[in-house]
Design a protein around this ligand. Structure first.
Ligand code: TRP
Length: 344
């Protein structure tokens, strides 16, 4: 960081995204979300928060939650989000999210929520035992976005449906209250080289913090040896790497490792393949392990350093929350006036 504060971006486009503080961040989160956040902050006004309201839709140990929030904040900072440019905060510090979510609970229809595949996946066969919060989770997500009238939302492919719901809620609010254009219809930004990072144990499922095997993912906080080991142990096939990308079809593990290499190196997958064509994984994996360690290692180191004395993180989160509350307040006041509440 330099001492000279970059000028904050001002304009009509606004980026918003968040990550839940419910488990270790991994390579998939890094490439699929964090890298994008850091890049977008230079293009548009950016709000990035830690979704601690959402986190308790699944049980969280109250003694740990605050530190989990700090860990996500540390990851944001370690991957290049600059608190002088982007607004970084904890969701629970901005009550307007929850207030707008209530209004949206009365805009969204049960039929819309019944279609949410993430709820179906998480609830499984026993939806009657799930919290009501898990069901209405995407409504809160819509409020997170629209309380700032955000226009662009960088998220993983799995969040596309929640973004469509957000647009439906915005459109229905604008229509029902006869306030055309009051809420923008935000756009999901799901593209990018890291859009789909798969498990190291099974190339057909996404790398995930809920996978019981820790070897399935590279965590941001893994030390260098652990990262290398996980790459060396990654499942592969016995064939050599082909010359053409098309010839990786049907080899999901090989495809994934090439994709990871390309994303981390900022190169095209075809270009990486050309370099390693004709070689087996015995040659490729050590190179990939070195690359992973050289990119991810310093991030974990920075996170550990920041978390050792969280006062600075707390200061950044407090300042971010203050700024977020300032931006949210007039929007919430307008909503209350539009709905006709006594208190606005
Ligand atoms: N549901 C998102 C996820 O699991 C996290 C999230 C909550 C979010 N609110 C948001 C993402 C608002 C983008 C915008 O990844």
């Amino acid at each position: 960081m330099t001492d000279q504060a970059p000028a904050p971006f001002t304009g009509k486009s606004r980026v918003l995204s968040g990550v839940q503080p419910s488990g270790d961040l991994h390579l998939g989160n890094y490439l699929g979300a964090l890298v994008k956040f850091a890049r977008l902050q230079n293009e548009m006004e950016t709000f990035i928060f830690v979704a601690d309201l959402h986190a308790i839709t699944a049980w969280q140990d109250p003694a740990k939650l605050k530190n989990q929030v700090r860990e996500i904040a540390a990851a944001y900072l370690a991957t290049g989000l600059d608190p002088r440019v982007a607004t970084i905060f904890a969701q629970s510090a901005v009550p307007a999210h929850a207030e707008l979510a209530w209004v949206f609970n009365c805009v969204a229809r049960l039929g819309w929520l019944d279609r949410m595949t993430q709820f179906k996946d998480k609830a499984g066969k026993h939806k009657e035992r799930e919290s009501v919060g898990l069901y209405t989770y995407p409504v809160l997500q819509a409020a997170d976005i629209l309380i700032y009238k955000a226009t662009h939302v960088p998220v993983g492919e799995d969040q596309r449906q929640h973004l469509e719901l957000t647009r439906d809620i915005a459109a229905k609010f604008n229509h029902d209250f006869d306030t055309p254009g009051f809420f923008p219809l935000p756009e999901a930004l799901t593209q990018g080289p890291g859009a789909r990072i798969m498990s190291l144990r099974d190339g057909s499922v996404k790398m995930s913090k809920s996978d019981p095997s820790d070897n399935s993912r590279i965590n941001l906080t893994d030390d260098a040896d652990t990262m290398s080991q996980k790459i060396r142990k990654a499942r592969t096939d016995a064939e050599v790497l082909p010359e053409k990308l098309e010839d990786l079809a049907g080899r999901p593990e090989a495809q994934n490792l090439i994709g990871i290499y390309a994303a981390l190196a900022g190169r095209q997958a075809q270009d990486v393949l050309t370099e390693f064509a004709g070689h087996g994984f015995g040659v490729f994996k050590p190179k990939l392990a070195d690359l992973v360690v050289s990119v991810m290692g310093p991030i974990g180191g920075d996170m550990r350093r920041m978390l050792a004395d969280p006062a600075e993180i707390d200061r950044i989160l407090s300042a971010g929350a203050e700024r977020a509350r300032e931006v949210a307040a007039p929007n919430l006041a307008e909503v209350k006036r539009i709905v006709g509440y006594w208190a606005s």
